[in-house]
Structures are given as structure tokens and as C-alpha cells.
Design a protein around this ligand. Structure first.
Ligand code: SF4
Ligand code: SF4
Length: 193
């Protein structure tokens, strides 16, 4: 490299540096367009149709519409859903299948929504609650039926009769605010055993 080429190269380098600094300076004073998460959590807009996690739909009375048919479990291409059911005896002598556990592994879900479309009672849907990060993979496995079932029919015959002089206890005992729903469900299951 002769002396002329040296100064040409030096000039090009400085020109490039100035150009770059112009871009940096312009962005430094321009209005920010990035999301200020999590400071803007209250005003953050998540589209309603965003599929974040599967959930069982509960009505205002704390009832869900799952009939334990397992259609969603069969439709799922990767075994993300596991359903356990139990038979209950009705006072009229008939038996009825009830949902016992609806287990969903968010960690293996591909959000294809085949389960939702296969449900005959529209009992499940996707929530757009996108904040699902956890520290352990096991925490991604969730039991979706977290509320104790309410009686929409007379209690099963296996239920313990109330003691004399004692008012009968309602079968449904919704989780209190702040109470761990899974714990509530587990307590109910233990009570039923
Ligand atoms: S969205 Fe798809 S992968 Fe996820 S549970 Fe439903 S069927 Fe399975
Ligand atoms: S969620 Fe729907 S498809 Fe799945 S078991 Fe319940 S009723 Fe059947």
C-alpha cells in the first residue's frame, strides 16, 4: 500500500464511522417504539385469539361442561392431554361418568387447537394469558379442573350421610381467594376417597 492508498482507506473509514454515528444519534433522540414490558403489563394488548394455554371453561356457578368423553385426548397428536374419569352411582340406580382429572402438559402443546375443535360440549378453550414462564418443566403440567365439582344432580350413593342433627355439607366448596386451586382439588379428591 502506497501513501495515497493509505489516506484513501483512512478517509473511507472515517466517513463510514461518521455515517454510523449519524444513525446512532438519530435513534437516540427519536421516539421509542419498543414495548416497555413488564412496566406496561396493565396496558399491554394481547389479541383475544392468541393461544397461550388451554383451560377448562367454568360458568359463573363454578361448573364446567366436560363430560369426560376423551375426544380431545384422542384428537391431540402428541399426548399432551391425559383424562381420568370415574363412575358415580345415581340415586335412580344408574351410573354416570364424571371427569376426575384433566391433566394438560403445556410444555408439549403445539397450540394446534385440535382438542378445542373436537370437543362436543365446548368445554375447553385457549386463554391468551401469555405469562406462562416457570423454572421447572414439571410446573408446566397442570390439572385444569381446579374447582370442586358442584352437584347438578343428587349426590352419589357412596357419599357419607350427615350425622344426626348435623346439616348436610354441600358437595361443591369453591376455592377461596388466595387458596391454591390445585390444593383445593386435591383436598376434594382425598375427601372423596
Ligand atoms: S392444542 Fe394441539 S397439541 Fe395442544 S393439547 Fe390441543 S390438540 Fe394437543
Ligand atoms: S374437554 Fe370436551 S372433548 Fe375433552 S373430555 Fe371433556 S367434553 Fe370430551
Amino acid at each position: 500500500m502506497n501513501i495515497k492508498e493509505y489516506f484513501v482507506s483512512l478517509f473511507k473509514g472515517m466517513h463510514s464511522l461518521v455515517k454510523g454515528m449519524q444513525v446512532t444519534g438519530r435513534e437516540l433522540v427519536s421516539k421509542k417504539v419498543t414495548e416497555q414490558y413488564p412496566e406496561n403489563r396493565d396496558t399491554l394488548h394481547i389479541p383475544d385469539r392468541f393461544r397461550a394455554t388451554l383451560q377448562l371453561v367454568y360458568d359463573d356457578d363454578g361448573r364446567h361442561k366436560c363430560i369426560g368423553c376423551r375426544s380431545c385426548e384422542r384428537a391431540c397428536p402428541n399426548g399432551t392431554i391425559h383424562i381420568e374419569t370415574r363412575m358415580v352411582d345415581l340415586p335412580n340406580g344408574k351410573k354416570k361418568m364424571k371427569l376426575d382429572k384433566y391433566v394438560y402438559d403445556l410444555g408439549s402443546c403445539t397450540f394446534c387447537s385440535l382438542c378445542v375443535h373436537s370437543c362436543p360440549t365446548a368445554a375447553i378453550q385457549f386463554s391468551n394469558d401469555f405469562e406462562q414462564a416457570v423454572f421447572r418443566r414439571e410446573a408446566l403440567v397442570k390439572q385444569l379442573n381446579y374447582l370442586p365439582e358442584k352437584d347438578d344432580e343428587p349426590a352419589p350413593t357412596a357419599a357419607t350421610p350427615p350425622l344426626a342433627g348435623q346439616a348436610p355439607q354441600p358437595a361443591g366448596n369453591p376455592a377461596q381467594p388466595g387458596q391454591n386451586p390445585a390444593a383445593s382439588s386435591q383436598e376434594k379428591q382425598e375427601n372423596q376417597e
